[in-house]
Design a protein. Structure first.
Length: 313
């Protein structure tokens, strides 16, 4: 009986001895965090959602439950993400972070930081600080925009006259862009065939986004040949021609979708001619001049005869 009691005491005492191997499997609170990409592109053109989404994975490397807080900073942009995630032993979970940019904001890059921090271990505060961060670059993409206007939708000019036509170009995109400017080929052919001379000083112009309009001028010389033109109610020869001015965004063309704007100017050319009444009046004046000149000569001859007769007598 005595031996049995000693054996029981020994067995019970052994239960209080720590087991090094078992304790080695229980680590300090920790967390792992990875995001699937290091950068996201966000479209902000008019009508776009202006949002970007990145998927991240948070994991618990320990053999006990952890509550992990999620925090996101996006350099001034609005974000949406879960506030916390609870993970069981050696578990992991994916979550999404959504970034909301401003529509039509300028092209740029900003940095987003995602943080995962252990806030509870088995319902109790952790004995240490366990945090992991992931960085994602947010690229606000460039988009092209163009607004074109003419200062003179219609103009009336005489034949053989030099003039200039003005146009305004606005860059309504979100970054600096170059614009290809020209007279449309069909319009140019028609005007040159009619005898116009046209000069465009430049065929490309660079404009900052949201800047004031850039002015462009086209120099023209009207034709002097009015043969074949119709006469209007005032008896003047008249013809109307159309000049088509075009501008294209180089950035959009380089990316496979040319943004193009075209405006037109109606050019009416007049040639003033003498009316029938003017022709008859001019002819009558000439006749009077002739007859008047002839009468004066006859009078001089008569006076000369009288003077000669007086001398003889």
């Amino acid at each position: 009986m005595r031996i049995s009691a000693l054996t029981l005491i020994f067995i019970l005492s052994m239960s209080y001895i720590p087991l090094p191997g078992a304790q080695a499997q229980v680590g300090a609170p920790d967390v792992n965090l990875e995001c699937e990409t290091g950068s996201i592109d966000i479209d902000v053109y008019p009508g776009a959602s202006a949002t970007g989404v990145v998927t991240c994975t948070v994991s618990n490397p320990n053999s006990y439950q952890e509550k992990i807080d999620i925090q996101v900073t996006a350099d001034g942009l609005a974000v949406a993400a879960p506030g916390s995630i609870t993970l069981g032993p050696n578990a992991e979970e994916d979550f999404q972070v959504t970034v909301q940019a401003q529509e039509q904001m300028s092209k740029q890059s900003r940095q987003m930081t995602v943080s995962a921090t252990v806030s509870e271990v088995m319902g109790a505060p952790p004995p240490n600080i366990a945090q992991k961060d992931a960085t994602v670059i947010m690229n606000i993409k460039q988009f092209a925009g163009l607004q074109l206007e003419t200062y003179t939708p219609s103009v009336t000019l005489p034949t053989n006259n030099e003039s200039m036509l003005g146009f305004g170009i606005y860059n309504t995109g979100n970054w600096v862009d170059r614009y290809l400017i020209s007279i449309t080929p069909n319009s140019m052919d028609n005007l040159e065939t009619a005898g116009f001379k046209i000069s465009l000083p430049a065929n490309k112009i660079e404009i900052e986004n949201r800047a004031n309009q850039e002015r462009v001028f086209v120099f023209i010389e009207t034709p002097d040949d009015y043969s074949g033109w119709n006469q209007n109610s005032d008896g003047m020869y008249e013809a109307t021609f159309v000049l088509e001015f075009e501008a294209k965004s180089e950035f959009s063309c380089n990316n496979g979708n040319c943004i193009t704007e075209t405006v037109t100017v109606a050019i009416t050319v007049l040639h003033e001619v003498e009316t029938t009444g003017d022709i008859f009046s001019s002819a009558a004046d000439n006749e009077m001049l002739i007859y008047g000149g002839g009468g004066a000569g006859l009078l001089l001859i008569i006076l000369l005869i009288i003077v000669v007769k007086k001398r003889k007598s």
